[in-house]
Ligand binder design. Structure first.
Ligand SMILES: [Zn+2]
Length: 433
């Protein structure tokens, strides 16, 4: 009898889901289903790129903030204006992902009682994991900031940047917000240090004296600073520093805010003095991947949101292609340097922006963008300059996908099963509690 129980216990152990050693969370800021379809139609004439077809979990995600703490799929389907009412912002949604809680728009790592809440990176750091953030917008912007700072206002860029660099225990910070360059990547005569933690912080970053005691061994762990595309590309698993801060030579976004008006994808030459999001992501993985205990990495395609606010169809497609390149590179990195048995990849968004639909005679709510074949602009219609509360696509691959899927106990009449952004945060935090 005892033997029997022992066998049961062993079997249960083998069959129970293994917790991931590594977690990679990729957030496409402002990207709903139609932003994804538009990019994929343009690239392949198909709704989904192969990498998304190969995901283990393909569901949706709700993302409302505490300002309007509801999502009702039946109402969203019946009333075209339902999803316009008080949608989440990136700060509240990133806080849901990072801290597992719903909060007010504008809050970063604070709950609705204005009390600071620990984020998943802080839980993972205590367990000896490496942690990092990558973004195509300033590193102190809302989404990465929720994973490295606590602030009652997402607009406190200088404080947030300072906290991420000098107080957080992150191992990787990669993004934009370079004080000495403008949105075109041209040198500035008058630097702007706001997005990089202020002038004193910036001087310390550049001189290699920024940092703190990350692992409580009594020694200061200094940041290694990189800024050129060649420096980003050169970071590999053998030469990566312990702590890497990479600030691309541009103020706001890698590409989205460059001058000119894009009518077609790629018709305005790109900034050539910055790395691509996938190069930045590889530098981050090669740095974090050295930690034997595993890592947590958040990668944001930050400017899909900016292009969607501006209703710039061609730049939305450009940005989502840049994000897709990063997704493909991340998948390849995992298959080469790790495996799906020990790594969990999550790909989603924080909210939709622009209420993007197909072309309609009279606006009647959400419809799919229309494919005009590969290489052609799809039929796209913008119905808002702001965010919406609509569901966004959610994907996962690797160990933990099944466990994560169990949170998707709600059903939307249009998109089927969905989970909530705060539930993703709760799942992640529970891995390290
Ligand atoms: Zn936005």
């Amino acid at each position: 009898m005892q033997k029997f129980i022992l066998i049961i216990l062993i079997l249960a152990g083998v069959l129970s889901a293994k917790n991931p050693k590594n977690v990679i969370l990729m957030i496409s800021d402002g990207c709903g289903y139609n932003q994804k379809y538009a990019a994929h139609y343009y690239l392949h004439g198909k709704k989904w790129s192969p990498v998304y077809e190969q995901m283990d979990l393909k569901i949706s995600l709700s993302n409302y903030a505490q300002d309007n703490p509801h999502y009702d799929g039946n109402k969203a389907k019946a009333d075209a204006s339902y999803v316009n009412f008080k949608p989440t912002d990136s700060a509240a949604s990133a806080t849901a992902y990072a801290c597992g809680i719903k909060t007010w728009n504008g809050f970063l790592g604070y709950n609705t009682d204005s009390v600071a809440v620990k984020n998943v990176m802080e839980y993972a750091q205590v367990k000896g994991l490496a942690t990092g953030v990558v973004t195509s917008v300033p590193f102190s912007h809302a989404t990465p900031a929720a994973f490295g700072a606590h602030n009652i206002s997402r607009d406190g860029y200088q404080e947030i940047g300072f906290e991420m660099v000098e107080s957080s225990k992150l191992d990787v910070i990669i993004g934009c917000g370079h004080p000495y360059y403008n949105a075109q990547g041209e040198a500035l005569n008058t630097p702007d240090f706001t997005k990089a933690g202020g002038e004193a912080t910036w001087q310390k970053i550049v001189s290699g004296t920024a940092g703190n005691d990350k692992n409580n061994d009594g020694q200061v762990d200094y940041w290694t600073f990189i800024e050129s595309p060649a420096q980003f590309a050169a970071i590999n698993l053998n030469n990566a520093p312990d702590r890497l801060i990479g600030i691309a030579r541009v103020s706001s976004t890698l590409q989205e805010q460059r001058a000119g008006i894009s009518q077609k994808v790629g018709d305005v030459p790109k900034n050539d003095n910055v790395p691509q999001l996938n190069t930045m992501s590889m530098a981050a993985l090669n740095t974090l991947g050295k930690n034997k205990n595993g890592f947590v990495l958040m990668i944001e395609g930050g400017a899909i949101d900016w292009a969607s606010h501006a209703n710039e169809s061609a730049r939305v497609i450009e940005e989502e292609i840049e994000f897709l390149d990063a997704v493909n590179s991340v998948v390849n990195w995992v298959e080469k340097n790790s495996s799906w048995d020990e790594t969990l990849l999550i790909i989603s968004a924080d909210h939709e922006t622009g209420y993007l639909t197909g072309v309609q005679d009279t606006f009647s709510g959400w419809t799919e963008v229309q494919s005009n074949g590969a290489g052609q602009m799809p039929g796209m219609q913008w119905n808002s300059k702001s965010h919406t509360n609509t569901l966004v696509p959610f994907f996962a691959k690797g160990t933990g996908s099944t466990e994560l899927g169990k949170y998707a106990d709600e059903k939307d009449p249009r998109w089927g099963a969905y989970l909530d952004n705060a539930e993703v945060g709760q799942y992640l935090i529970n891995l390290y509690r």
